[in-house]
Design a protein around this ligand. Structure first.
Ligand code: PBG
Length: 329
C-alpha cells in the first residue's frame, strides 16, 4: 500500500474535491474592463479587429458602465478618441475633453464604479506618438520633458473630472514622479497612480491602435517602449516608478511576459495588474471563429495563468464575458 500522499489522483476525483483543493481562484472582483469613448460618434462603432469591442458615444458609454457595474466588475480603464488631433495633443488636457466629460458622466450615473483613466498622448497627437515629436526630415525624436509637461496637465484634468486612479501608459522617463507632484500640488494627493511600469514594444497592440485610432503615422515606439528581450531592464523601470510614487503596477502585454509578472509581484509586493492586450484577444477570437479553439475554456485557462503568475488584477476585453462565465463555474 502506497502512502496517501503518493496518490494525488484522489484529490482530483470529483468536482467538489477539485474545487476544494484548487490553488488559484478567479473572480469578477479581479477584473478591469477597458472601454473606448469617442467624441465623433452618436452611437456605437464596432472595432473590426476586436469582435465584441466597440467605440462608444458618451450616452452608450453610460449604459455600458451600468452594465459593467451590474455584472459585478469593480473597475473600468477609460480611453478617449477626440474629434481633433494636433501636434501638442491639446484635446488630451482640455477641461471639456472627451475623457474629462466621460468621467463626469460615469461618476454621475455609476458613482461606485472605479474609473481608471489611461494617460497618454497617442490618441490625441496628429502623428500618433505618445509624446511631443521634433522632426528633422526622416528622423524624429520624442521630446521626453516636453511630453511629461503635457502628461502632467492631462493627469490633473482627469483627476479634476473625478477619475479614481490615474494610469500613465506613455513610458516617458520621470513621468510618474512628475505626475505625482502635479496631482499633489493640485490637491489630488488621494488619487493613486497605477503605472504601466513595464510596457514592452509589442506586436500585440495592433488591434488596439484601430480601436483607439492611435497608430503612429511614421516610425515606431521602440525609443520609449521596452525591448521584449529585457527582463532586468523591466525590473529597473518598475523600481524607478515605485520610487517616484507608483502604488499599483501594470505588466503589459500579458501572455508573452508571465515571467516578468512573476518577478515583479515577488520583488515589489504591490497590487499588480496584467494587461491582456488587444492582440491576445484578437488571436483567440479569430481562432474561435474558425472553430479551431474553444473560446471559453481557452480564456479561463489564460486568466488562471495570469493569476498563477501573480496578477492581482486582470485588464481584459473579456471582462464582461468572464463575469457571466464565472457565475456558472
Ligand atoms: C498607449 C496604449 C496602448 C495600449 C494601451 N495604452 C498602445 C500602444 O502602446 O501603442 C495597448 C492596449 C492593447 O493592445 O490592448 N496609449
Amino acid at each position: 500500500m502506497l502512502p496517501l500522499t503518493n496518490r494525488p489522483r484522489r484529490l482530483r476525483s470529483t468536482d467538489n474535491m477539485r474545487r476544494l483543493v484548487r490553488e488559484t481562484r478567479l473572480d469578477s472582483n479581479q477584473l478591469i474592463c477597458p472601454v473606448f469613448v469617442s467624441e465623433k460618434l452618436s452611437g456605437r462603432s464596432d472595432v473590426t479587429s476586436m469582435p465584441g469591442v466597440a467605440q462608444l458615444s458618451l450616452n452608450d458609454l453610460r449604459d455600458e458602465c451600468l452594465l459593467i457595474a451590474d455584472l459585478g466588475i469593480p473597475a473600468i480603464l477609460l480611453f478617449g478618441i477626440p474629434n481633433q488631433k494636433d501636434e501638442l495633443a491639446s484635446q488630451a488636457y482640455v477641461e471639456n475633453g472627451i475623457v474629462q466629460e466621460a468621467v463626469r458622466a460615469i461618476k454621475r450615473a455609476v458613482p461606485d464604479l472605479i474609473v481608471i483613466t489611461d494617460v497618454c498622448l497617442c490618441e490625441y497627437t496628429s502623428h500618433g506618438h505618445c509624446g511631443v515629436v521634433a522632426k528633422d526630415g526622416e528622423k524624429f525624436t520624442v521630446l521626453n520633458d516636453a511630453s511629461v509637461e503635457l502628461l502632467m496637465k492631462t493627469a490633473v484634468s482627469h483627476a479634476a473630472a473625478g477619475a479614481d486612479i490615474i494610469a500613465p501608459s506613455d513610458m516617458m522617463d520621470g513621468r510618474i514622479g512628475a505626475i505625482r507632484s502635479a496631482l499633489d500640488a493640485a490637491g489630488y494627493d488621494q488619487i493613486p497612480i497605477m503605472s504601466y511600469a513595464s510596457k514592452f514594444c509589442s506586436a500585440f497592440y495592433g488591434p488596439f491602435r484601430d480601436a483607439a485610432e492611435s497608430a503612429p503615422q511614421f516610425g515606431d515606439r521602440r525609443a520609449y517602449q521596452m525591448d521584449p528581450a529585457n527582463a532586468l531592464e523591466a525590473l529597473r523601470e518598475v523600481a524607478l516608478d515605485v520610487e517616484e510614487g507608483a502604488e499599483l503596477l501594470i505588466v503589459k502585454p500579458g501572455l508573452p511576459y508571465l515571467d516578468i509578472l512573476w518577478r515583479i509581484k515577488e520583488r515589489f509586493e504591490l497590487p499588480t495588474a496584467v494587461y491582456n492586450v488587444s492582440g491576445e484577444y484578437a488571436m483567440v477570437k479569430a481562432a474561435a471563429r474558425s472553430g479551431w479553439i474553444e473560446e471559453k475554456r481557452a480564456v479561463l485557462e489564460m486568466m488562471t495563468g495570469f493569476r498563477r503568475a501573480g496578477a492581482d488584477m486582470i485588464i481584459t476585453y473579456w471582462a464582461k464575458d468572464l463575469a457571466v462565465w464565472l457565475k456558472d463555474l
